[in-house]
Structures are given as structure tokens and as C-alpha cells.
Design a protein around this ligand. Sequence first.
Ligand code: NDP
Length: 452
Amino acid sequence: MSEHFDFFVIGAGSGGVRASRLAAATGAKVAIAEELRVGGTCVLRGCVPKKLLVIGSHFANDFEDARAYGWDLGGEPSLDWPRLIAAKNKELDRLHQIYLGILDRNKVTLVNGRATVTGPKSVSAGGKTITADTILVATGGWPSLPQIPGIEHAITSNEALELPSLPKRIAIIGSGYIAVEFAGIFASMGASVTQIFRAGKVLRGFDEDVRSHLQDEMGKRGVTLLAGRQVTSIAKRADGGLELTLDDGSAVACDQVLYATGRAPNTRGLGLEQAGVELTANGAIRVDAYSQTSVPSIHAIGDVTDRMALTPVAIGEAHCLVDTLFNGRKRAMSYENVPSAVFSQPTVGTVGLSEQAAAEKYGALDIYVTRFKSLRDTLTGRDEKTLMKLVVKRDDQKVVGAHMVGPEAGEIIQGIAIAVAMGATKQDFDRTVGIHPTAAEEFVTMREKRPT
Ligand code: NDP
């Protein structure tokens, strides 16, 4: 007899673990299968280790700035990269244990190994056939690389977090979240970074002022940005180095090449098509607003559905799904006003619409933009500017977009996101008292509209 569960989850990342524990808390009999370590991309190969490296890399600037504030450091600070990686890995081990504890305490059965869907209500996992009333696929995504000659010499963000030593020269391909984040990490750590990307500016889809500002600031911090170019081949040289050939005929020499050219949904070999689950053209699972696939008993959440590849969104989708399936409350995730931060250096924080998207949706807008030097840099003399921008709908004065490029942009935009989600107007921002002296106060003191 095959074992039966109320809810069988495939993939123990942020979305899968949250859905399984919430479902189990309702009294459902729940199992979760994971072929790698419990924790998933965000905890083990993405957000968390990346942010630790971002934090680690910031010390380089801090040591320099400390001198301007009267500190004498006594010698040149130096980075012990293997020690940083070991400390980061120790923290990941701790988090992995916490995730195991969450499953255990909530009486979720963990199946180590790959699970495949064998029918609308059956899976094969750990050598056993298991039946379930509902199956949830939360298998996430995986780096996707273009198939050019020599691509086998490239690494992805997975390996970049595990390098045995800091590369002297690294080329980073792409200009999305991951590319700009790693460019910042490696440049601050002291590597020579060349970022190569096909668009004219970094961060396609973001507000144009944000894109230009970040690109300028990254350049000031020493990243060589080669826009409008593509790598056509990668060759290994006799001295162990790599040589990239670009489509304009030029070449770039480096020790590592990191591809950050997007992530593909993990659907291959899961048995989904055979079970009748429809996929989109790029291999993502097609779902409705309630995360239900074309097979009513099979659901999917998170990056594998390619809706909005952000951890808090996957977690939100998990909550909505469990409410819908187990709590008698049908709930769909809202994708409006989802704030996000890009942990580039400087950081980008954003909520709502870019000026371009808002103009398309609403027509007439009032735009407020400010660029300023932070108080900290008045002593350090750093040539760095912070950008803040509000996109306001002219007819009812609602703030429909808030954008920032500068230190702590993620921390600041999180608070602003509450106001934007509540429908705050520019006048609500104006009558909020600033906290002085902070950078954040600029969001409530911008008075001059950009001329239209
Ligand atoms: P993105 O989709 O953000 O960016 C992909 C980049 O690769 C773009 O610059 C794109 O160029 C380029 N690209 C794609 N295909 C090719 C190709 N064949 N040749 C050359 N360039 C190519 O993907 P990422 O990998 O950076 O990140 C994946 C997702 O993970 C993000 O979209 C985000 O949702 C999530 N993420 C979120 C983070 C956060 O919240 N801080 C951090 C990291 C990831 P073009 O612009 O021209 O299309």
C-alpha cells in the first residue's frame, strides 16, 4: 500500500517550507521532498549568503572612511576571503538546522531525494509511490546560461558564493539583480570587475533615472561597464586565464567569468507534462490567481511559476494557498506595490511604478527628483550621490512610485512601501515631519516638481 498525505510539497525552499508548515498547523498530514539541502535558493544559494558578502565587502569603504573621521587603523586592513566564506557557511549550516527544526516541530514528514509527479494525485519520492489529495510544486529556479563556445568555463552565482579565493579579475555577464549585486561585492573586495551586458543601461525594467544613476555610481566605484555588448565565446589560455571575445571584435581577459543571465524555472524531469500540467513557453508552470495548475489537484508557487521571483512573494503565495486549501478562505496574492531592493553598491530600493510605467498607465504625472551628497560623505570626500524620486499621479496626487539609489535604500523603501500601499498622496508625504538629519527625510521634504 502506498503512503497517503493530504498535502505533498516538492521543494523545501522558502515557499515550500512555509506552505508545508502552515498546512500542517491546520492538522493536515503533510510531507515535503527536497533533493538538495532544506532551505532553498534564498537561504542557501541566494539572498542570505549574498547579503552576507555584501555586508562583508562594505568594510573596505568603512576602513577608508574611518580615517576621515579621525581613526588611525595602524596598518592596511586585509581580507581573509576563506575565513569569510567559512563564517558564511557556518551561518548557512545553522539556518539549515533551523529549517529542519521547523519541519520537525510542525510534524511535516521530510523525504530526502528527488520527487517526480506520476499522476494528478501521486508522486514517486525516495523510491516509494506516495499519494496525496493535493500536490504543491515549489521547486524554484536555476541559473540559465546562453550556449556559446566555452560556456563550460563560466561560473554562476551558485559557485561565486563558494570560490576558494577572491579572483583578481572577474568578468560579469548580464545587468539584472544578480549581475549588479556581484559586481558590487567583487569590486568592493578589491577585484578588477568588468561587467558586460547587451542593454544600454543596467537593470532593465527599473525607472530610467535609477538605471542611469546606478550605472554612474558603479562606474565611480571602479566597475568597468561595457554596455551594448555580448560575449560570443570564452577561451581558456595556457596560463590558466580566460579570454572573452565580444561581438564588437574586442577581447576581455579575466580569471573568472560569472554569468548572471537570468534563471529558468525548475520543471525539467518532474513528470509534469505527463501528468497534464501545462507549462509556459519558457518552461514555467502555468497557474491561475490561486496558484492552481491546469490539473486541479496540483498547485505551484514561487520561482517555478515565473510570476515575480522574490522570496517574500513566494512566501505570500504560500500563505494564500494554504488559506484557500485548508482554512476555507479563498485568497489570491496581490502583485501590486511589491517593494524590492537590489543590493548593488549603492543599493537600489523601489516600490510601485517607474516613471515610464506610470506614464503609460496613468498619463499625466508630477515627478519629484533629488540628488544629494550624504552627510557622511561631507567628511570622507567621496564623490557619491544619493538619488530619490517620487512618481505622483497628477489627478489625485497619489504616490504611485518611490525609488532610491543610495545607502540603506532597502531599509528606507520598506517603510515608504507601507504608505504607497495605503494610497498615500504627495500631500500626506509633505505633512509628515522629517527625521533630521537623515537621508530618508528627503522623501518628505521634496517640494519642487521636475519641469515637464
Ligand atoms: P534578471 O532577469 O534580473 O537579469 C538577467 C540579465 O541577463 C539581464 O541583464 C539580461 O539582459 C541578461 N541576459 C539574459 N539572457 C542573456 C543572453 N542570452 N545573453 C546576454 N545577456 C542575457 O536575472 P538575474 O539572474 O539577475 O536574477 C534572477 C531573478 O532573481 C531576478 O529577476 C529577481 O527576481 C531575483 N533576484 C532578486 C534579488 C533581490 O531581490 N535582491 C537578488 C537576486 C535575484 P537584458 O536586460 O538585455 O534582458
